[in-house]
Design a protein around this ligand. Sequence first.
Ligand code: IVH
Length: 673
Amino acid sequence: MSVDRIHQLRQELHRHNYNYYVKNEPEISDRDFDMLMKELEELERIHPEEYDPNSPTQRVGSDIIEGFVQAPHVYPMLSLANTYSIDDVDAWFRRVDEGLMGQDVTVVGEMKFDGSGISLIYEHGRLVRAVTRGDGEKGDVVTDNIRTIRSIPLQLQGSGWPEFFEIRGEIVLPWAEFDRINAEREAAGEPLFANPRNAASGTLKLLNSAEVARRGLDAYLYYLLGENLPFDNHYDNMKAAESWGFRVSKAMTRLHTIEEVDEYIRHWDTARKELPVATDGLVFKVNSLRQQLNLGFTAKSPRWAVAYKFAAERALTRLRFVSFDVGRMGIITPVANLEPVLLSGTIVKRASLHNDDIVQALDIHEGDMLYVEKGGEIIPKITGVDTGARVPGAAKVTFVSHCPACGTPLVRVEGEAAWVCPNKEGCVPQIVGRIEHFVGRRMMNIDGIGEETAAALFRHGFVRNVADLYELTPVELMQIEGFAAKSAQRVVDGIAASREVPFERVVYALSIPYVGETTAKKVARAAGSMSHLQEMPVEQLEAIEDVGPRIARTIADFFADEQNRTMVARLAAAGVQMEVAASNLAEPLSDTLAGKTFVISGVFARHSRDEYKSMIERHGGKNSGSISKKTDFVLAGENMGPTKLEKAQKLGVAIIDEDKFLKMLENNCVNIS
Ligand code: IVH
């Protein structure tokens, strides 16, 4: 009985979900929706055997995704030929016309969404797999993350869908969500996403689908593929997909003449600014699937479709002066301070000039008229100079030779574009920047210390490096403007609580040059503890995934520095985590391969050799470098060495390919037949 109720609730919730997220026409109140969801959760708890990854309860995600597996695309994911003017699109239309020798042609106009391409596979009306574009041939399987996107149907509705099909579209982060997330990141002292596209693709690759669920991604679908599609044309197929529960853009329209195409472009060139999501152009596709087949593909893109890219918005304004910012790593960034100018709805006063090379390449002179562009980026950039408007005799803008904050002569690292202030321990913006970074949400997560407080703590002499935070008292904090007994105590409590922050984040919090969040995690896990990390030679550091020679060098240099060693020792004495928690060490996954010895040889398509090595270990097996009587299996990829092959055959060692190996793990059994 209650099992029937589970199925009925799932059906109902899928429908309400669609009404709410895709159609924006909820039929029931949020409260009633929550009640149904609670009821389902409760029933699923009592009936664990009814688990279904596509249940509406699973949209909240989980924080234990292990890593992504790659999967090949059924049909390669090609790109589109780009055009930049109405004339180019007209020329494409004429080529299509010629190619089809005068047949009637209908073209479908649609938005080019600026997000991350995705391929969704449905079997029997259920989502079974979601794969990123990757290199076009294969991509990452991100199904768990995709399930959290409420506008993607997990169970199709309506009728007429093929038993097996693929649908492609774009995962986007709506502007409103993008702004919200960046505001949160700014408050937490984290780097901002440059545009919704980066935010969307970064989010899809998160290993924590519960976090993905919180980010508010959305999806627009624009391409249906399969053997038994319901209609012989693109437009009707997409309309059918819409009726199955997919979000298909309302901007999709059939166009019959060049004039209609031109009109469509002119309309959306401005109207797109009203859309809730980022678009970077339009796409035109020949509607008839038969005609698409006739036109075919070039090596890179279909002849039956073309993209028209919107021009980046650009404004011309006068340079007031160039200032130089000092970052927490000591990197000096030149910034153009401009006469305020309106660009894509916001007033721009400052634009980054990135580094000396770019200042040189632009050849900027004082008082120049500069072109500012926004494109998809939120941080505007200077793209050119109107040299015709140059004030005669204006001096060339030169890079500073000394740190604008502390006066120390700048140094330029061989082979790099950045000038750096080497005065790590005495340059205020660097010290304050490191404190701000240390307390950030993704690092030590200490609330109540923003840029101003960090600067005040330094000015008052309370905090000169991050280890001092652990000796900070409420009385000291109360000497800083804006702090009362209660707020001071809260900060001190927050600092105390940060002793529990995992070691991986402690490594990230230290501000080791070039060591971002992901690298920090890998380095921390590879080292296991701070005492080990501090002593690791460059060669060992380089062996860590993601760490190249440059990062290895900077990590070693960081820990060779006496002041850094003292700071780390003080953090350790203060009780900050200095070891990877046992639960984060790679735990065994099974003992399927217990007692079996493997030799890996050749090149693989689905995982890297390192991944196979670690899979073998985590399932209880052993790796060995050479084939002997003790070898149980040779895991062979493409181009396995001939001597190895011969030896394996002579000794009668089983040779398996990667599919067989993965089957072993899937079936928890080494008996293969
Ligand atoms: S159709 C073979 N339609 O643009 C044709 N693509 O440069 C496949 N994109 O990788 C693509 N909006 O990620 C198509 N309405 C739209 C699109 C679109 C955005 C992206 C897509 C693709 C890239 C092509």
